[in-house]
Design a protein around this ligand. Structure first.
Ligand SMILES: C[S@@+](CC[C@H](N)C(=O)[O-])C[C@H]1O[C@@H](n2cnc3c(N)ncnc32)[C@H](O)[C@@H]1O
Length: 273
């Protein structure tokens, strides 16, 4: 039994299946946030980097390029996504990265080895965030850096509001339990990271469009798949109605650059004292 059994089941089950099928699309979707986040991580040649919840590995690979010969490790609990990450590293000829299946909350990282811990949307799902970040702090050297990309509140996420509304879901994801929004409240981020032993915690707002596809057909195929879990148990006519509403919303967001929705992230930085 792991500390995050529910998440392990989800990321190796239906959620993980969608993420493996659409790995390139998820990367393209957050590309603008990704660039700002990587810049903020300021990874220098020869630095040792850990990418938490690395998924299909895009951040780990870019971190490895920035670290040049520095060792980069991506950890995740999702077997299928790690397989993609390993393939991508081979294909790209990036040799200074390894991927490990491990729960970042409890994995015994060698103490003080790391210069930087990064995570692109992979650190919001811990059952015990204080324990998890304290564990990551132990892996960092004194003075080592933490750099996270997390979502801001739902009021800043046009994509999330639109897809939940189309599916008739009234409750937004919790902000104080494992969910995409669990590190959206700056006060909570300060509280969690402070209790975990981090200092100099800052949050920088970043606003950018999320890209869903080249046109309505392309984006709808993706978005409909994202909603599949919510729609599975519905009667056929309800499912059809929701999908029609979703398609209309996607079409209304098609512009010259494809289908985009507004979104906003926090770039969270902190330091192990
Ligand atoms: C939203 S996805 C982000 C994946 C990747 N960082 C990206 O940006 O494409 C969240 C990732 O966190 C991973 N994850 C969740 N809980 C974890 C844990 N306790 N330890 C390691 N990885 C975890 C999931 O398996 C999933 O791959």
């Amino acid at each position: 039994m792991t500390a995050n059994a529910e998440q392990q089941e989800a990321w190796n089950g239906a959620t993980g299946a969608i993420w493996t099928s659409w790995a390139d699309r998820f990367d393209a979707g957050v590309a603008e946030h990704h660039t700002a986040f990587l810049d903020a991580a300021e990874i220098a040649p020869a630095e040792a980097v850990l990418d938490v919840g690395c998924g299909a590995g895009r951040t780990s690979l870019d971190a490895a390029r920035a670290a040049v010969n520095g060792p980069v490790t991506g950890v995740d609990i999702a077997t299928g996504l790690l397989t993609i990450a390993r393939h991508r590293a081979v294909e790209a000829g990036v040799g200074n990265v390894v991927f490990r299946e491990a729960d970042a909350q409890t994995h015994p990282f060698p103490p003080g080895d790391l210069d930087v811990v990064v995570s692109r949307h992979g650190s919001m799902f811990f059952a015990d965030p204080v324990a998890a970040f304290a564990n990551l702090a132990t892996g960092l050297r004194h003075g080592g850096r933490l750099c996270l990309l997390t979502w801001q509140g739902i009021e800043h996420q046009e994509w999330m509001r639109a897809f939940l509304a189309a599916a008739g879901v009234r409750n937004s994801p919790p902000t104080d339990a494992p969910s995409p929004l669990s590190l959206s409240d700056p006060a909570r981020v300060h509280r969690v990271l402070g209790a975990a032993g981090f200092a100099d915690v800052t949050l920088t707002a970043h606003r950018a469009p999320m890209w869903y596809g080249a046109d309505t057909d392309d984006a709808f195929a993706f978005v409909a798949d994202l909603q599949a879990g919510l729609l599975g148990d519905l009667r056929a006519e309800d499912r059809e109605r929701i999908l029609a509403a979703l398609r209309a919303d996607v079409a209304a967001h098609e512009g010259p650059d494809g289908v985009t929705y507004d979104s906003a992230t926090w770039i969270v930085r902190a330091r192990r004292p």
